[in-house]
Design a binder for this molecule. Structure first.
Ligand code: Z5A
Length: 209
Protein backbone atom coordinates (compact mmCIF):
# COMPACT_ATOMS: atom_id res chain seq x y z
CA UNK A 1 0.00 0.00 0.00
CA UNK A 2 1.24 3.50 -0.88
CA UNK A 3 2.07 5.88 1.97
CA UNK A 4 -0.34 8.77 2.47
CA UNK A 5 0.55 11.84 0.41
CA UNK A 6 1.33 15.23 1.90
CA UNK A 7 -0.96 18.23 2.19
CA UNK A 8 0.69 21.58 1.47
CA UNK A 9 -1.24 24.85 1.68
CA UNK A 10 -0.24 28.31 0.47
CA UNK A 11 -1.60 31.38 2.25
CA UNK A 12 -1.34 35.14 2.24
CA UNK A 13 -3.27 38.37 1.71
CA UNK A 14 -4.25 39.79 -1.71
CA UNK A 15 -1.69 39.77 -4.51
CA UNK A 16 1.09 38.03 -2.55
CA UNK A 17 1.72 35.70 -5.51
CA UNK A 18 0.07 32.45 -4.42
CA UNK A 19 -1.12 31.41 -7.90
CA UNK A 20 2.24 32.33 -9.47
CA UNK A 21 4.26 30.44 -6.87
CA UNK A 22 2.02 27.38 -6.66
CA UNK A 23 2.94 26.61 -10.27
CA UNK A 24 6.63 26.65 -9.25
CA UNK A 25 5.99 24.46 -6.18
CA UNK A 26 4.22 21.87 -8.36
CA UNK A 27 7.15 21.79 -10.83
CA UNK A 28 9.58 21.36 -7.96
CA UNK A 29 7.70 18.45 -6.41
CA UNK A 30 7.16 16.75 -9.76
CA UNK A 31 10.89 17.00 -10.41
CA UNK A 32 11.31 15.02 -7.18
CA UNK A 33 9.01 12.31 -8.56
CA UNK A 34 5.85 13.24 -6.65
CA UNK A 35 2.41 12.96 -8.17
CA UNK A 36 0.88 16.35 -7.43
CA UNK A 37 -2.67 17.70 -7.37
CA UNK A 38 -2.90 21.51 -7.44
CA UNK A 39 -6.19 22.86 -6.22
CA UNK A 40 -7.75 25.83 -4.46
CA UNK A 41 -10.28 27.00 -1.88
CA UNK A 42 -12.98 27.96 -2.01
CA UNK A 43 -13.37 25.69 -5.03
CA UNK A 44 -11.63 22.67 -6.48
CA UNK A 45 -14.77 20.75 -7.57
CA UNK A 46 -17.68 21.87 -9.79
CA UNK A 47 -20.01 22.34 -6.81
CA UNK A 48 -17.37 24.04 -4.68
CA UNK A 49 -16.53 26.35 -7.62
CA UNK A 50 -20.21 27.33 -7.76
CA UNK A 51 -20.04 28.19 -4.07
CA UNK A 52 -16.87 30.19 -4.78
CA UNK A 53 -18.69 32.25 -7.39
CA UNK A 54 -21.53 32.90 -4.94
CA UNK A 55 -19.00 34.01 -2.33
CA UNK A 56 -16.89 36.29 -4.51
CA UNK A 57 -19.46 38.07 -6.63
CA UNK A 58 -20.08 41.67 -5.59
CA UNK A 59 -23.73 42.05 -4.49
CA UNK A 60 -26.00 44.71 -3.01
CA UNK A 61 -27.37 42.41 -0.31
CA UNK A 62 -25.05 42.41 2.74
CA UNK A 63 -23.65 38.93 3.40
CA UNK A 64 -23.81 37.89 7.06
CA UNK A 65 -20.46 36.71 8.42
CA UNK A 66 -22.09 33.45 9.53
CA UNK A 67 -23.35 32.84 5.98
CA UNK A 68 -19.87 33.47 4.61
CA UNK A 69 -18.29 31.09 7.12
CA UNK A 70 -20.82 28.32 6.46
CA UNK A 71 -20.43 28.62 2.68
CA UNK A 72 -16.63 28.43 3.05
CA UNK A 73 -16.96 25.25 5.10
CA UNK A 74 -19.61 23.81 2.75
CA UNK A 75 -17.19 24.26 -0.16
CA UNK A 76 -14.39 22.80 1.99
CA UNK A 77 -16.40 19.69 2.92
CA UNK A 78 -17.07 19.01 -0.77
CA UNK A 79 -13.47 19.66 -1.77
CA UNK A 80 -12.09 17.42 0.97
CA UNK A 81 -14.39 14.53 0.12
CA UNK A 82 -13.97 14.72 -3.68
CA UNK A 83 -10.38 15.87 -4.14
CA UNK A 84 -8.11 16.21 -1.11
CA UNK A 85 -8.76 13.05 0.89
CA UNK A 86 -8.90 10.70 -2.16
CA UNK A 87 -5.64 12.13 -3.51
CA UNK A 88 -3.80 11.86 -0.17
CA UNK A 89 -5.09 8.31 0.29
CA UNK A 90 -3.38 7.12 -2.93
CA UNK A 91 -0.09 8.84 -2.09
CA UNK A 92 -0.49 12.03 -4.13
CA UNK A 93 0.75 15.36 -2.81
CA UNK A 94 -1.89 18.07 -2.66
CA UNK A 95 -0.91 21.72 -3.07
CA UNK A 96 -3.84 23.91 -2.13
CA UNK A 97 -4.27 27.66 -2.63
CA UNK A 98 -5.76 28.55 0.79
CA UNK A 99 -7.45 26.37 3.45
CA UNK A 100 -8.87 26.87 6.95
CA UNK A 101 -6.11 29.31 7.94
CA UNK A 102 -7.80 31.67 5.45
CA UNK A 103 -11.09 31.33 7.35
CA UNK A 104 -9.34 32.27 10.59
CA UNK A 105 -7.61 35.18 8.83
CA UNK A 106 -10.46 36.58 6.67
CA UNK A 107 -13.60 35.75 8.65
CA UNK A 108 -11.95 35.64 12.11
CA UNK A 109 -9.39 38.44 11.81
CA UNK A 110 -10.91 40.44 8.95
CA UNK A 111 -14.61 40.26 9.84
CA UNK A 112 -14.21 39.75 13.59
CA UNK A 113 -16.24 36.52 13.50
CA UNK A 114 -16.09 34.33 16.63
CA UNK A 115 -13.04 32.09 16.18
CA UNK A 116 -14.40 29.47 18.59
CA UNK A 117 -17.17 28.82 16.03
CA UNK A 118 -14.56 28.53 13.24
CA UNK A 119 -12.62 26.11 15.47
CA UNK A 120 -15.75 24.01 16.05
CA UNK A 121 -16.61 23.91 12.32
CA UNK A 122 -13.03 22.99 11.44
CA UNK A 123 -13.28 20.06 13.84
CA UNK A 124 -16.54 18.91 12.30
CA UNK A 125 -15.47 19.37 8.66
CA UNK A 126 -11.86 18.18 8.68
CA UNK A 127 -11.21 16.82 12.17
CA UNK A 128 -7.56 15.98 12.53
CA UNK A 129 -6.69 16.58 8.85
CA UNK A 130 -4.37 19.59 9.02
CA UNK A 131 -1.88 20.75 6.40
CA UNK A 132 1.54 19.11 6.78
CA UNK A 133 3.17 22.31 5.57
CA UNK A 134 1.80 25.84 5.17
CA UNK A 135 3.77 28.31 3.07
CA UNK A 136 2.82 31.80 4.22
CA UNK A 137 3.71 34.49 1.68
CA UNK A 138 4.02 37.87 3.34
CA UNK A 139 3.95 41.29 1.70
CA UNK A 140 2.89 44.64 3.16
CA UNK A 141 -0.80 45.14 2.37
CA UNK A 142 -0.19 48.14 0.09
CA UNK A 143 2.32 46.15 -2.01
CA UNK A 144 -0.16 43.29 -2.56
CA UNK A 145 -3.02 45.64 -3.40
CA UNK A 146 -0.81 47.53 -5.89
CA UNK A 147 -0.03 44.24 -7.66
CA UNK A 148 -3.73 43.57 -8.30
CA UNK A 149 -4.60 47.20 -8.99
CA UNK A 150 -5.28 46.72 -12.71
CA UNK A 151 -7.97 44.07 -12.35
CA UNK A 152 -11.67 44.22 -11.40
CA UNK A 153 -12.16 43.86 -7.66
CA UNK A 154 -14.32 41.02 -6.27
CA UNK A 155 -16.38 41.26 -3.05
CA UNK A 156 -13.32 40.66 -0.83
CA UNK A 157 -10.88 42.78 -2.81
CA UNK A 158 -13.25 45.74 -2.52
CA UNK A 159 -12.75 45.86 1.26
CA UNK A 160 -10.84 48.69 2.95
CA UNK A 161 -7.14 48.49 3.70
CA UNK A 162 -7.72 48.00 7.49
CA UNK A 163 -9.56 44.75 6.71
CA UNK A 164 -6.41 43.38 5.03
CA UNK A 165 -4.17 44.66 7.84
CA UNK A 166 -6.20 42.60 10.34
CA UNK A 167 -5.97 39.58 8.05
CA UNK A 168 -2.21 39.94 7.72
CA UNK A 169 -1.82 40.23 11.50
CA UNK A 170 -3.89 37.07 12.04
CA UNK A 171 -1.68 35.18 9.58
CA UNK A 172 1.47 36.45 11.30
CA UNK A 173 0.10 35.34 14.68
CA UNK A 174 -0.67 31.88 13.29
CA UNK A 175 2.82 31.70 11.75
CA UNK A 176 4.31 32.19 15.19
CA UNK A 177 1.95 29.73 16.78
CA UNK A 178 2.05 26.66 14.49
CA UNK A 179 5.22 24.76 13.57
CA UNK A 180 3.78 23.72 10.19
CA UNK A 181 4.06 27.34 8.92
CA UNK A 182 7.03 28.58 6.88
CA UNK A 183 7.21 32.36 6.70
CA UNK A 184 8.36 33.64 3.30
CA UNK A 185 9.09 37.31 2.62
CA UNK A 186 7.33 37.66 -0.75
CA UNK A 187 7.87 41.38 -1.29
CA UNK A 188 11.05 41.22 -3.41
CA UNK A 189 11.67 40.11 -7.00
CA UNK A 190 9.92 36.90 -7.99
CA UNK A 191 13.20 35.02 -8.49
CA UNK A 192 14.20 35.74 -4.85
CA UNK A 193 10.77 34.70 -3.57
CA UNK A 194 10.87 31.48 -5.56
CA UNK A 195 14.35 30.65 -4.24
CA UNK A 196 13.09 31.04 -0.66
CA UNK A 197 10.06 28.89 -1.35
CA UNK A 198 12.20 26.24 -3.07
CA UNK A 199 14.42 25.97 0.02
CA UNK A 200 11.41 25.53 2.32
CA UNK A 201 9.74 22.97 0.05
CA UNK A 202 12.94 20.97 -0.55
CA UNK A 203 13.62 20.83 3.20
CA UNK A 204 10.11 19.63 3.83
CA UNK A 205 10.22 17.05 1.02
CA UNK A 206 13.55 15.68 2.29
CA UNK A 207 12.28 15.20 5.84
CA UNK A 208 8.94 13.71 4.85
CA UNK A 209 9.83 11.21 2.10
N1 Z5A B 1 -11.40 33.36 1.40
C1 Z5A B 1 -11.95 33.59 2.64
O1 Z5A B 1 -12.39 34.70 2.94
N2 Z5A B 1 -12.00 32.57 3.53
C2 Z5A B 1 -11.56 31.32 3.25
O2 Z5A B 1 -11.66 30.42 4.08
C3 Z5A B 1 -10.99 31.11 1.95
C4 Z5A B 1 -10.92 32.15 1.05
C5 Z5A B 1 -10.48 29.74 1.59
C6 Z5A B 1 -10.51 34.16 -3.03
O3 Z5A B 1 -9.27 33.62 -2.77
C7 Z5A B 1 -11.03 34.89 -1.83
O4 Z5A B 1 -11.59 33.99 -0.89
C8 Z5A B 1 -9.93 35.60 -1.09
C9 Z5A B 1 -10.09 35.23 0.36
C10 Z5A B 1 -11.37 34.48 0.42
N3 Z5A B 1 -10.08 36.99 -1.15
N4 Z5A B 1 -10.09 37.64 -2.14
N5 Z5A B 1 -10.16 38.25 -3.04
P1 Z5A B 1 -8.09 33.63 -3.83
O5 Z5A B 1 -6.91 33.09 -3.13
O6 Z5A B 1 -8.51 32.98 -5.07
O7 Z5A B 1 -7.97 35.17 -4.20
P2 Z5A B 1 -6.84 36.14 -4.05
O8 Z5A B 1 -6.14 36.16 -2.76
O9 Z5A B 1 -7.50 37.39 -4.47
O10 Z5A B 1 -5.76 35.60 -5.09
P3 Z5A B 1 -4.97 36.50 -6.04
O11 Z5A B 1 -5.35 37.93 -5.94
O12 Z5A B 1 -5.07 35.87 -7.37
O13 Z5A B 1 -3.58 36.56 -5.47
P4 Z5A B 1 -2.37 35.63 -5.60
O14 Z5A B 1 -2.73 34.29 -6.19
O15 Z5A B 1 -1.75 35.62 -4.28
O16 Z5A B 1 -1.43 36.42 -6.61
P5 Z5A B 1 -0.99 36.14 -8.13
O17 Z5A B 1 -2.20 36.12 -9.00
O18 Z5A B 1 -0.04 35.02 -8.19
O19 Z5A B 1 -0.16 37.47 -8.32
C11 Z5A B 1 -0.79 38.73 -8.36
C12 Z5A B 1 0.02 39.64 -9.33
O20 Z5A B 1 1.28 39.93 -8.73
C13 Z5A B 1 0.32 38.99 -10.67
O21 Z5A B 1 0.26 39.98 -11.65
C14 Z5A B 1 1.76 38.50 -10.52
O22 Z5A B 1 2.44 38.43 -11.74
C15 Z5A B 1 2.33 39.54 -9.60
N6 Z5A B 1 3.43 39.06 -8.75
C16 Z5A B 1 3.50 37.88 -8.09
N7 Z5A B 1 4.65 37.79 -7.39
C17 Z5A B 1 5.32 38.94 -7.61
C18 Z5A B 1 6.57 39.44 -7.16
N8 Z5A B 1 7.36 38.77 -6.33
N9 Z5A B 1 6.92 40.68 -7.56
C19 Z5A B 1 6.13 41.41 -8.38
N10 Z5A B 1 4.94 40.97 -8.86
C20 Z5A B 1 4.53 39.76 -8.47
Amino acid sequence: MKARGRFITVEGTEGVGKSTNIRAIVRLLEARGKEVVATREPGGTPLAEELRTMLLVARDEPVAAMTEVLLMFAARAQHLSQVVRPALAVGKWVVCDRFTDATFAYQGGGRGFDTSVIEALANIVHGDLEPDLTIYLDVPVEVGLARIDARDRDRFESERREFFERIRQTYLDRCNRYARFRYIDASGPLSDVQARIATAVQQFAETSS
